[in-house]
Design a binder for this molecule. Sequence first.
Ligand SMILES: Cc1cc2nc3c(=O)[nH]c(=O)nc-3n(C[C@H](O)[C@H](O)[C@H](O)COP(=O)(O)OP(=O)(O)OC[C@H]3O[C@@H](n4cnc5c(N)ncnc54)[C@H](O)[C@@H]3O)c2cc1C
Length: 442
Amino acid sequence: MPETLEPNFEEERKFSDPLPAGEVKQPELDDAYDVVVVGGGPAGATVAALLADFGHAVLLLERSGQHRFHVGESLIPETYWTLKRLGLIEQLKQSAFPKKYSVQFINEHNKESAPFYFDKYNPHESSQTWQVVRAEFDQMMLENARQQGATVHCAAQVRDLVLDGGRCAGVRVKVAGEEAPRDIRARVVVDATGQSAFIASRLKLKSMEPHLKMGSVWSYFRGAQRDPGKDEGATLIIQTPGKKSWFWYIPLPDDVVSVGVTGSMSYMLAQNRGTAEEIFAQEMGRSPAIQQRLAASQRCDDFHTTRDYSYSSRQGAGDGWVLVGDAFGFIDPVYSSGVFLALKSGEMAADAIHAAIEQNDLGGRRLGCWQEEFRGGVESFRKLVYAFYSAEFSFAKFLKAHPEFRDHLVDILIGDVFKPGLDEMFAAMGDVLPQTCTVSES
Ligand SMILES: Cc1cc2nc3c(=O)[nH]c(=O)nc-3n(C[C@H](O)[C@H](O)[C@H](O)COP(=O)(O)OP(=O)(O)OC[C@H]3O[C@@H](n4cnc5c(N)ncnc54)[C@H](O)[C@@H]3O)c2cc1C
């Protein structure tokens, strides 16, 4: 196995000291809050902002310093509604982030689909979304949480839960610059730690997706081809021959494009494939579409890697704790659903936590009352992910046979997955989930 394909990059830093916080002055910490949110990615920043806006005392703890790098740049249209509720739409409109109107697929035979223009199906401003630089986008969201009244402390790594008679009653946190970890009490602890999945890992709740054991290698390129006009900010999903792997192609500001390749771990990590750079070059050699687009470009960053990232948590809430975003689960990057699901779960959790505090019922059932509906939405993405990877399945052939389901397909690409009726399409697709699809424990 090539040494360069590291285990998940989030896992890597689990036991390291928190990064020192840039130049921003960190706030004083109290001993107790209504809610402690662990993790300052999109999910954590959403919960913190909304709960602070409800008037609760909220502390968000993020282990990184300022401007942390993160993969996950392409948004999907349904993020609009949470971003609107957070008051961030105007800021995004003023930003340099490229506008994304569509997604386009190029199949293993190098045949391009027509772009799926989102506004064709829903002529509303929510149909245009953005390709974001995550360090900047996440910073924007954290700043917003701060402005709504949450206390945001960076360079603070949560190391343990504080338990009180079987319920979660707070966290033990190591703050950069302090000698020893300190305990902070909370009525509710929200785990938004992303792929670290702090609570699910601790309580052994993680169920890995046995048929989605994927690995990704990616980097950033300046001067790569950009399509003209409305297509300039489109996401391209480009399959390689034999569907062995696929590339994402995501235009970013400053003439930079994020380009990554994903395939099964058994394929990507096969012996003798070499370094991440060599694996990327080999896959690029199999993709005329990527060769053409990167021909005049210069790589402007290192290669990054991650793997084995698709899982869910069997339980999403307990007495005094609740999981959101990737800490609750993550399903393959192919449809760019991660940030949307982080925002959506953050929003649903915030409403549930507010109601739970109002009713003084902080039990797991109350805190997780939104999760059945949420899991239903994730399931639609999951089925479509399996269809994408299925050797026998072709979207083009399916839509030719069933043009009536084009809208359903676009609904999922957009993220409109929390509504009834999508199952009709999966029934027509046949059994896209593998027969042996049982979950395995991590
Ligand atoms: C290869 C790949 C490509 C992807 N591409 C896309 C894409 O194009 N579009 C998309 O929408 N999604 C994409 N995703 C998914 C996306 O990156 C995630 O779904 C999204 O970042 C989840 O947000 P989050 O807030 O749940 O977690 P994160 O963004 O991971 O945030 C978690 C935060 O918690 C902090 N943290 C962790 N542990 C602790 C601790 N103990 N104490 C304090 N802080 C802690 C971390 O530092 C981090 O800042 C991709 C994922 C992968 C693997």
